[in-house]
Ligand binder design. Structure first.
Ligand SMILES: *Cc1c(COP(=O)(O)O)cnc(C)c1O
Length: 378
């Protein structure tokens, strides 16, 4: 059997161990420490956000962003329906109600028209949403300017779930720096990883300082343990942050490698009818192409569906995955209000994520190409 080609696997750069070793040698084996401070600085410098707090997970960052915006039980929070559940779960942690919004076809992300429709309808029903969480799936920026126009018109803060979009930009500005908060993730399959981890970024110094306070059990300033608020244990460890510092040194390389994968697939599918890729709509968009994703129209492929492609590649030990199943189709969120016209449902039906690791080698690309050509030649 051929070795497995993964959808996306960790890819170390070389200096990660140097920072981890430093932490070990200086006995900074704890939450917080010089690597955490260094990693936060790296994130600020890279994204252009004024402040960053390194956390235990992207999910923790979303949870804290909602707390910092004052979201409480019974409040409504708008979110992209087409996403990973971690975008929406923290809304439920707070007893708030997710209001789910469909995608548009160009970026597959939140549709500005459906967003405005939802806001006006929620306001008419007497419950103005407290926040909007927009997601940048597979690294593709959303129509962020249009979304901001709507958010500003109704004075609702925007949270950007950029967990998949570190290195992506819109008009040269990093994703995660357009709204009140940006969320990053360094989980094992993301464009860079710390094994597990996340960050909250913002230009608001006070809110980021407050996020650090909440993430370290909300200890008041006193010699004993004094608490006047509920706290969380969400800070990143100094060991984990060492991996992050090493990874930041190779982030631009990783973006280039993922973009090269996209180019490979674009050429591979150029002469195959019925298969289209998620692409930057115009030069304002810069995607890290975290995962190259395709749509398969089986009425034009001679009956070959996305599931046929997935199963054919699986036989060759090549991992592919259907796109995210929209939250409004998930049993746990099926009762949430949803505003849409079926776009994300069709994406889920016909879409597939292809192996996109930055550590993919030519022989692996050759195997993928051979399997695809074999299937479409039948
Ligand atoms: C990975 C991911 C998250 C969660 O990040 P964790 O670090 O795994 O908690 C949130 N949203 C999206 C869109 C993601 O892909």
């Amino acid at each position: 059997m051929n070795s497995k080609i993964w959808l996306s696997s960790p890819h170390m750069g070389g200096n990660e161990m140097k920072y981890v070793q430093e932490a070990y040698d200086t006995n900074w084996v704890a939450p917080l420490g010089p690597n955490v401070n260094g990693f936060e600085e790296d994130l600020q410098n890279y994204t252009g956000a004024k402040h960053a707090s390194a956390l235990s997970a992207g999910t923790a960052a979303i949870h804290l962003s909602l707390i910092l915006l004052g979201v409480k039980a019974g409040d409504e929070v708008i979110a992209s329906s087409f996403t990973f559940s971690a975008t929406v779960n923290p809304i439920s942690y707070l007893g708030a109600i997710p209001i789910l919004i469909d995608s548009e076809k160009d970026t597959w992300n939140m549709c500005p028209n459906q967003l405005e429709k939802a806001i006006t309808d929620r306001i008419a029903k007497g419950n103005k949403p407290k926040a909007i969480i927009v997601v940048y799936l597979y690294g593709m920026p959303a129509k962020v300017e249009e979304l901001l126009v709507v958010a500003n018109k109704y004075d609702i803060p925007l949270i950007e779930d950029a967990a998949e979009a570190l290195g992506s930009k819109y008009k040269g500005k990093s994703m995660g720096t357009f709204g009140k908060f940006g969320i990053l993730s360094f989980n094992g399959n993301k464009i860079i990883t710390t094994s597990a981890g996340g960050a909250l970024i913002s230009d608001d110094k006070e809110l980021i300082e407050k996020s650090r306070f909440l993430a370290t059990q909300a200890r008041d300033n006193a010699p004993h343990y004094q608490h006047s608020q509920i706290g969380y244990n969400y800070r990143m460890s100094n060991i984990v942050a060492g991996i992050g510092r090493g990874q930041m040194e190779v982030l631009d390389e990783r973006v280039a490698q993922r973009r090269a994968n996209f180019k490979f697939y674009k050429e591979l599918f150029a002469n195959i009818d019925g298969v289209s890729l998620l692409e930057e709509p115009n030069e304002d968009y810069f995607s890290n192409y975290w995962l190259t994703s395709i749509l398969v129209d089986s009425s034009k492929t001679g009956g070959i569906s996305r599931e046929d492609i997935r199963l054919e590649l699986e036989k060759e030990n090549i991992e592919c995955r259907p796109l995210w199943k929209p939250m409004h189709m998930q049993p746990i969120f099926a009762d949430c209000p949803y505003y849409g016209n079926g776009t994300s449902e069709r994406l889920f039906e016909d879409g597939l994520c292809l192996p996109s690791g930055s550590n993919m080698i030519d022989e692996e690309r050759d195997r993928i190409k051979a399997a695809i050509i074999k299937l479409f030649r039948k």
